[in-house]
Ligand binder design. Structure first.
Ligand code: HEC
Length: 224
């Protein structure tokens, strides 16, 4: 079994956040960010088949420096929580290339702060829109954490895409989408356990079918 993340380190991250709360946290512009008092909103529709990510409510807006510092303090715990590198579905993504200069808030992944890693096979990820079709064995990993305006810091899910052999899944462009919860449990994987729970990943990423279903890193946090 996995070891739970070190509470001390988490507490330190929370404490350090409180220290910087007064200046940096500005109003959140997400239209629905304030509607729920609970940190994690109810998902719409059938819980077994979500239509979007469990969204963090009341997300803080962090500067690049703050987001980087908090991530730096949490990364060990995040990695450990996923059981990364310890099972076939939770790869050792920390050894891979990191393609964003700082964690950024991803509205499409539950308003969490995220990072994008790619394994050696997928190193063309750094060419962004010019990358073309990715080879079989490419794996892209997006880890995540959340920070609310009242200073609650938490580990979010790990989002993965793995390029499978041709014929695996026509609609997904042969990508296997995997979501791993913050406690290391598998939430769902394309063509496997809980497949219906990750169908909405496929649906949204289909919008970028012309660039192998990939959206790439937002301009402002791309590597030079
Ligand atoms: C509503 C649209 C939407 C949904 C749903 C969605 N994504 Fe994404 N995904 C994006 C966007 C936009 C990006 C790039 C920017 C960002 O990170 O926010 C992205 C980026 C990624 C990346 C990095 C590769 C790339 O496209 O650049 C991975 C890995 C990923 N998503 C996995 C998932 C998984 C797994 C799910 C389902 C559990 C999922 N996504 C659901 C929109 C979506």
């Amino acid at each position: 079994m996995l070891k739970p993340p070190s509470r001390n380190a988490l507490a330190a991250a929370i404490l350090s956040l409180f220290v910087l709360i007064p200046g940096p946290v500005v109003a959140d512009q997400d239209s629905d960010a304030w509607r729920s008092i609970t940190q994690v909103a109810q998902i719409s529709g059938d819980p077994e088949k979500p239509r979007r990510h469990f969204r963090v409510k009341n997300t803080a807006r962090l500067s690049i420096e703050e987001a980087s510092r908090i991530y730096g303090e949490m990364i060990d715990d995040i990695y450990l929580a996923y059981g990364a590198g310890q099972s076939d579905f939770s790869p050792p993504y920390r050894d891979w290339g990191l393609y964003n200069t700082a964690p950024y808030r991803s509205a499409t992944h539950g308003a969490r702060y995220v990072n994008n890693y790619a394994n050696e096979v997928a190193k063309d990820y750094g060419r962004y829109e010019e990358a073309g079709i990715f080879p079989v064995g490419s794996v892209l990993a997006k880890d995540s954490f959340s920070v609310t305006k009242d200073g609650v810091v938490d580990i979010g899910p790990l989002f993965l895409m793995e390029k499978m052999p041709a014929g695996f899944n026509r609609v997904s462009g042969d990508w296997r989408y995997v979501m791993i919860m913050a406690d290391g449990r598998l939430f769902g994987e394309t063509n496997g356990r809980g497949a219906q729970k990750v169908e909405y990943c496929v649906g949204c990423h289909l919008a970028k079918e012309d660039q192998d279903h990939l959206f790439f890193v937002p301009e402002e946090v791309r590597l030079p």
